[in-house]
Ligand binder design. Structure first.
Ligand code: BGC
Ligand code: NOJ
Length: 817
């Protein structure tokens, strides 16, 4: 068995046909403030805004058996006493017809057992702070069935970190309140919290439980709750220990009859001065949430809310739809890649099954890059994200590495002084202005470090970002790396000898002079963007200064960072070269080959082509391009975390997927469409679907890493979903291979296609006009656009000028060898 499901392209769903996928395959519910992670067996967890501080339900990440937790459904047949989990977990009872459909913003899990069919739909309605679980039970037996349905959740005591560690306190604080059949989780509401979680249901429950040990029974797990086994709830009230919510609904179903029960798992807040009702009492005020519960337990409201979720995704995806000769490209570009881009935008690197939600918030460089993949869908939210990020920038031009979504304040929790960080902001702002034409954002006043009174125009923030690099050049004139650059694990100033110490936060050794060629390449790219923004902003002198700084940096790269066949990677604390033929391990790295060429270095003089040929020769594998070769085989204190990984994993010569699209883009910059598309397909999750048993992660989204050729598990993916890989592959495919590229003065149509394609079509909405694009090319040749016809008129070059609002424009491009 090498597949565990299939794509349903028409429904835009991935259909998983057996519950025991190699790893839990997840989906995300919610798109604004309230989010749920749901696996193919219904497990997972939900949170409001912040996966650490406002977590509603508990999930144990590294549990055995895998993936027990979060939401629980049980069906019990009163006549036989048989009972099971219709989503397979947690009871893992045998089921017929198991099917999990992960769609855009919703998941449906269906199964059948002993003639009882159950279909459960999970989603978060647009702009609401609750999850809907709609359960449909159908009796396919010839005789009536007496059924009990239990819907349950184990509450997290809000702060997921504290919840998992501080038992001496938490075993005494848990509180619930049951009001009119709705279970409210109210731990710490008596003191400083003004928020509640609740579990409600569309039917009058026949019973409930809120004490985990009463529901499960002593020494039992969620796979065998005693209340379900005996078919009767305990109506228990939790005092401390582990509060949970379970609601029992009993139904007798005639042959072919269907019952629908809606459970709601929600989050609600009361004003801090109106927490109790009557005022002065300790009884929670439920007036605010009651209408919400009433509304979303009605079948027609659920249906309408689902329709709204679907429509919102269709609207977003419609902004770019393509028709190419390759189904994997189409599927990813039209559906799954932009979907993943929205998830990375929403959650940065905080919450997945590989990110626990407790440590990492919104990353500065991560979000700046993620933005490249979602700016066309939600430009307003992209604008806000840019301002939020810039608002955490430091007066020096440097940046906090992350901020916490609840407070939007930057922090050093996962380290600071990553010298590439601020440059990414320029890349993000440039992409935003190109997409929207909104130059006004450059005038927007933004504080530094969130300090009121420190505001300056965003434009000044960008200038400071450039200056931050120029103020920190090393002995060769290359940018100092600081704590690390894009590669968080290249800790050239850390020298950590203490077990368990974080490479990201350990104090750097004094006088760190380690330099990064990657930052030099990124600087070349960013300075070019800044020069263009400065010119648009009417600052000709600044534009000239940025251009000159770029030229100087490029010449330093030529002098000190070109190794003969490829770009070097760095110079370490002692001034020794990294990523050179002089090294025995780590002779060639992928990042500078991608970023230097993207920064425009070496394109005119053949070095770009040489560097890319070296990538093909030394780094490319059938499972993608590895980060470096040869892998480091022992720990090197002067290099840091990169050498802490076994060979072939993560930054130590894994296929670190984020970097692969940089090479794809670089290949298009030297006109090599065949190699660009070949690399694109090697890590395309849909193209890897037939080897799901090797790949193991979801076949519908990118993973951060695929084990490299030095690893015993070469080809195995890890860390799916939250990765910059998503945005960059989207950019590489849509803007560089298909060549549909927003620029300041219009929409560039400049594809670099594989030679066997005969063209493609696309519909792109851009600045309130619609472009219907048809690109034609003779098969079996490579070439670039030779003629462009816009609305019937030939246009010089490859730029389509912006059309008036509301216009539909026809673009015909012909490619010739
Ligand atoms: C990982 C990096 C990651 C960093 C974040 C490291 O352990 O290998 O991929 O960027 O942690 O702090
Ligand atoms: C994952 C981090 O989120 C990202 O910021 C970093 O660039 C890569 N790992 C590479 O280390």
């Amino acid at each position: 068995m090498s597949r565990f499901g299939r794509f349903d392209d028409t429904a835009r769903e991935y259909v998983i046909t057996r519950p025991d996928t190699p790893l839990p395959w997840i989906n995300y519910l919610g798109n604004e403030e309230f989010f749920g992670i749901i696996t193919n067996t219904g497990a997972g967890y939900a949170f409001f805004r912040d996966a650490r501080f406002r977590r509603l339900i508990r999930y144990r990440y590294n549990n055995a058996p895998l993936d027990v937790g979060g939401r629980f459904l049980y069906v019990r047949d009163a006549r036989s006493g048989d009972w099971w989990s219709p989503t397979w977990q947690p009871s893992r009872t045998d089921l017929e017809d198991f099917q999990c459909r992960h769609g855009l913003g919703y998941t449906v899990i269906g199964s059948r057992r002993e003639g009882i069919r159950c279909e459960s739909l999970f989603f978060v309605p647009v702009a609401q702070t609750l999850e809907i679980w709609r359960v449909r039970l159908t009796n396919e037996r010839p005789e009536p069935a007496d059924l009990s349905l239990f819907g349950a959740a184990e509450f997290c005591l809000w702060d997921a970190w504290d919840d998992a560690t501080n038992f001496q306190r938490n075993y005494s604080t848990g509180e619930v309140e049951v009001v009119d059949g709705v279970i409210f989780h109210r731990t710490e509401y008596r003191e400083r919290r003004n928020h509640l979680a609740y579990l409600a249901c569309s039917a009058q429950p026949t019973g409930f439980d809120t004490r985990r040990d009463a529901f499960l029974g002593p020494y039992r797990g969620w796979d065998r709750p005693v209340a379900v086994e005996r078919g009767r709830s305990g109506n228990s009230i939790a005092h401390g220990w582990a509060p949970c919510g379970s609601l029992q609904v009993d139904r007798t179903l005639g042959p072919s009859e269907t019952a629908e029960v809606v459970f709601l798992l929600g989050y609600t807040e009361n004003p801090p001065d109106a927490k109790f009702d009557p005022p002065g009492s300790q009884t929670i005020r439920t007036a605010g949430v009651r209408p919400v519960v009433e509304r979303f337990t009605r079948a027609e409201e659920v249906e309408a809310a689902l329709g709204e979720v679907r429509a919102s995704w269709s609207d977003l995806l419609e902004i770019l739809q393509v028709g190419t000769p390759n189904e994997h490209a189409d599927r990813m570009v039209n559906v799954w890649n932009p979907y993943q881009n929205m998830v990375t935008f929403n959650l940065s690197r905080s919450a997945s099954l590989f990110e626990s939600g407790v440590g990492r918030g919104i990353g500065f460089r991560d979000s700046s890059q993620d933005l490249l993949g979602f700016v066309h869908m939600v430009p307003g939210r992209a604008r806000q994200r840019i301002l939020d990020l810039a608002g955490t920038q430091l007066p020096s031009g440097g940046a906090y590495h992350q901020y916490q979504p609840l407070t939007k304040r930057g922090n050093d929790d996962i380290g600071s002084g990553f010298n590439d960080d601020p440059l990414w902001l320029i890349i993000a702002v440039a992409a935003y202005v190109k997409e929207t034409g909104d130059r006004g954002i450059l005038d927007q006043a933004v504080p530094y470090d969130n300090e009121p009174g420190s505001e300056s125009p965003l434009y000044e923030h960008l200038q400071r970002a450039i200056r931050y690099t120029l103020d920190r050049l090393g002995p060769h004139g290359l940018p100092l790396i600081g704590r690390a650059d894009w590669n968080d694990c290249l800790n050239l100033n850390a020298f950590s000898e203490t077990p368990g110490e974080s490479f990201q936060t350990v104090e750097n050794r004094e006088g760190g002079v380690a330099e990064s060629v990657f930052i030099a390449g990124l600087f070349a790219a960013a300075a070019k963007e800044l020069a263009a923004l400065a010119a648009l902003h009417g600052r000709a002198e600044d534009a000239e200064a940025a251009r000159e700084a770029r030229v100087r940096m490029i010449s330093v790269v030529g002098e000190h960072a070109w190794d003969g066949d490829w770009f070097r990677r760095a110079y370490d604390h002692a001034g020794a070269v990294i990523g050179s033929t002089e090294n025995d391990e780590g002779r060639i790295f992928i990042e500078p080959q991608g970023m230097c060429v993207m920064g425009g270095i070496g394109i005119d003089d053949g070095r770009a082509e040489l560097a890319l040929a070296s990538v093909a020769e030394h780094l490319a594998t059938p499972h993608g391009i590895v980060l470096l070769q040869p892998a480091y085989t022992r720990y090197r204190v002067e290099l840091g975390e990169i050498t802490s990984y076994p060979p072939g994993y993560k930054e130590n010569a894994g296929v670190f997927c984020h970097t692969n699209p940089w090479i794809v883009i670089a290949e298009t910059l030297v006109g090599n469409g065949d190699r660009a598309f070949d690399y694109y397909l090697r890590i395309n999750p849909s193209a890897r679907e037939p080897i799901s048993d090797v790949h193991r992660c979801e076949p519908y989204v990118y993973a951060q890493m695929i084990a490299g050729k030095d690893a015993p598990t070469h080809g195995e993916a890890k860390n799916s979903w939250l990765t910059g890989t998503a945005a960059w592959n989207y950019v590489a495919m849509t803007q560089w291979i298909l060549g549909i590229r927003p620029e300041h003065d219009g929409l560039r149509i400049d594809p670099c296609l594989p030679s066997d394609w005969e063209g493609f079509t696309a519909v792109r909405r851009f600045r309130d006009a619609t472009y219907r694009i048809d690109v034609r090319k003779p098969g079996s040749v490579s070439g670039r656009v030779a003629s462009l016809v816009v609305d019937g008129d030939p246009v010089e070059g490859t730029l389509v000028p912006p059309a008036p609002e509301g216009a539909t424009v026809t673009v015909e491009a012909a490619i010739e060898p």
